[in-house]
Design a protein around this ligand. Structure first.
Ligand code: 8IG
Length: 277
């Protein structure tokens, strides 16, 4: 199977920031909103937040915007939504994440983040469903991402672009989240390539090198967000304990169900956090 519609990002001669600028322009035209303030990428389990944070003023199929791809997974929503928050700010909800494991290259993975930056966004909220290494975390627990370990051996940065990643996941924003919910724990997100889940030995490796969360997204996006100068809040919904930490095999179905059960609670939590930014 091959894409019949070509994506300009796949041509290495194309400047990905120029594509993002064009995407932001199309987004402004289609939504009627010339500047967005906050963007949220909603991963598995986090979708409800979009309905709770404010009034949706426009819903755009992501495929209508240059550089975006159709979602690879049924159940992943391929839309971009513009939302008016009660405090008057404008939020862009990205329900169309392109995963690294899809194999379309890292430019497509971070295009939504670069588009958000080009649309004027200063605060990037990255959420995901992930596996937990800490045994005290039950499926359905939301946790703050404090830092990451990128095990993809890839980067969204091209050429000799050196970007500082100290305080990548803003301590200031984590502080605001903890004011809303003091019970929020935090941990180091470890991005594997996927799409297979880890072996128990790989989970032990992640634990040994300082990881607490295992997932297949977010780290590459956070790097691109930092390059673009945005402040980043990262949150994981622990939908399963990582392989070998939980004694039963992992199933995608179990992950979906844990997400569904936690959806209302974490959606309301995220809405409160967004309202406080
Ligand atoms: I949901 O256990 C979800 N995503 N790598 N490992 C990795 N990604 C995940 C997991 C997990 N659960």
């Amino acid at each position: 199977m091959s894409d019949t519609i070509t994506n300009p990002l796949d041509d290495l001669a194309t400047d990905p920031f120029e594509v993002a600028r064009q995407a932001a322009e199309q987004l402004a035209e289609k939504t009627g909103v010339t500047k967005h303030d906050i963007a949220l990428t909603l991963g598995s389990g986090w979708g409800k937040a979009a309905d709770l944070i404010g009034e949706t003023t426009a819903t755009i199929p992501a495929t209508e915007i240059i550089g975006f791809s159709a979602p690879a997974l049924a159940g992943h929503v391929g839309t971009l939504r513009s939302i008016l928050l009660p405090n008057g700010k404008r939020a862009l909800v990205i329900g169309a994440r392109t995963h690294y494991y899809e194999g379309h290259g890292v430019r497509r993975v971070v295009h939504s983040v670069r588009t958000a930056a080009a649309a004027g966004v200063e605060t990037m909220i990255l959420t995901n469903g992930a596996g937990g290494i800490k045994e005290t975390w039950k499926p359905g627990t939301p946790v703050l991402i404090s830092d990451h370990i990128n095990l993809t051996a890839d980067s969204p940065l091209e050429g000799a672009t050196f970007i500082d990643l100290t305080d990548l996941y803003s301590a200031r924003l984590r502080g605001i989240a903890k004011q809303i919910d003091p019970s929020l724990d935090e941990g180091v997100y470890t991005q594997f390539r996927g799409p297979h889940y880890e072996t128990p030995a790989e989970v032990q490796m992640a634990k040994t090198i300082g990881g607490h969360i295992v997932g297949m997204s977010t780290a590459l996006e956070a790097i691109a967000a930092r390059q673009a100068g945005m402040e980043i809040l990262g949150m994981s919904l622990i939908t399963n304990l990582a392989a070998g930490i939980q004694k039963t095999p992992l199933s995608h179905q179990e992950v979906i169900e844990a997400g569904r059960e936690a959806e209302s609670v974490i959606g309301a939590l995220l809405a409160k956090i967004v309202g406080a930014l």
